[in-house]
Design a protein. Structure first.
Length: 281
């Protein structure tokens, strides 16, 4: 076990293949963090699945960023396809959490012939969730306090990786139903993760404003499992229901005791649900 660097075309893709069973590729989130956290919490899936993790360009030992578009979800989708071919899998299951779901959805829409199944976790088909979250900022004092704390250092310091890490730790504290049981381990993993402010900036300024695949969802032909947390403040279950209504072969499951990360808060049930679904496809 350990990471490898695949040299594909003119790209270097740092990746790791773990476990045994049908292949499942985790699509990275587009806002600039390595796969450390997800590989840790998804490790139990490796008893039944071959899990594939990789870092986008500009993170870890993957290729350096040559242009701003290297930070895009389109770049991630391209590297997902490069890695699939390199590893020799004809078809793969694709999994995406949060903003990683954006890349997973785009890959399934663009490469349907290569996707055996799709697992979407706490994600959405467009950015309408932002309006709901803005309303929470006005009405939920706990979330408002967290965002005030994130803003304290000043916008001029947002280019610093250590501030990005600090703000992620603050932000995720309200993304759980109950953060305290997971705080120590979660914050240790975030502290050990490699991050990219370039990705964060591109994600906020370029990717999010034009992200919308809602009208393309009926094109997704593979079996799709949609997972949501009932206490998710940033991407609540109603956005999962929109996807469930639009994707022909979808199944929706809402975790009653989770926020944005059901694979952490209800880990055992999450693993059972994903394995049962993928074994049945």
């Amino acid at each position: 076990m350990g990471s490898s660097v695949a040299r594909i075309d003119d790209r270097a893709i740092e990746h790791e293949v773990r476990g045994s069973g049908p292949p499942c590729l985790l699509a990275p989130v587009g806002w600039g963090i390595d796969y450390t956290l997800w590989a840790h919490y998804l490790a139990d899936l490796e008893k039944k699945l071959t899990m594939i993790y990789f870092n986008p360009r500009g993170i870890g030992d993957s290729s350096k960023i040559a242009s701003p578009s290297d930070c895009s979800t389109d770049s991630i989708v391209s590297d997902m396809e490069r890695l699939r071919k390199h590893l020799g899998f004809e078809k793969i299951a694709v999994m995406g959490h949060s903003a990683g779901g954006f890349s997973a959805l785009k890959y399934a829409i663009r490469r349907p012939e290569n996707v055996s199944a799709l697992v979407l976790i706490a994600t959405a088909a467009n950015t309408e969730y932002e309006a709901d979250f803005d309303e929470l900022l006005r009405t939920d004092k706990r979330i408002a306090r967290v965002h005030e704390e994130m803003a304290k250092p000043g916008k001029e310091e947002m280019a610093k990786e250590e501030l990005m890490r600090r703000n992620l730790i603050i932000m995720f504290s309200v993304y759980f139903k109950d953060y305290e049981p997971f705080r120590g381990e979660f914050e240790e993993l975030l502290s050990a993760s490699k991050m990219s402010v370039d990705h964060l900036r591109y994600h906020q300024q370029a990717d999010l404003p034009r992200y919308d695949v809602l009208d393309d969802l009926p094109q997704i032909s593979c079996p799709t499992l949609i997972l949501a947390g009932d206490y998710d403040p940033i991407c609540p279950p109603k956005f999962s229901r929109v996807m469930d209504d639009a994707i022909p072969e979808s199944k929706l499951m809402v975790f009653e005791n989770s926020g944005h990360c059901p694979f952490i808060e209800e880990r055992d049930e999450f693993v059972r649900s994903v394995v049962d679904f993928l074994e049945g496809t």
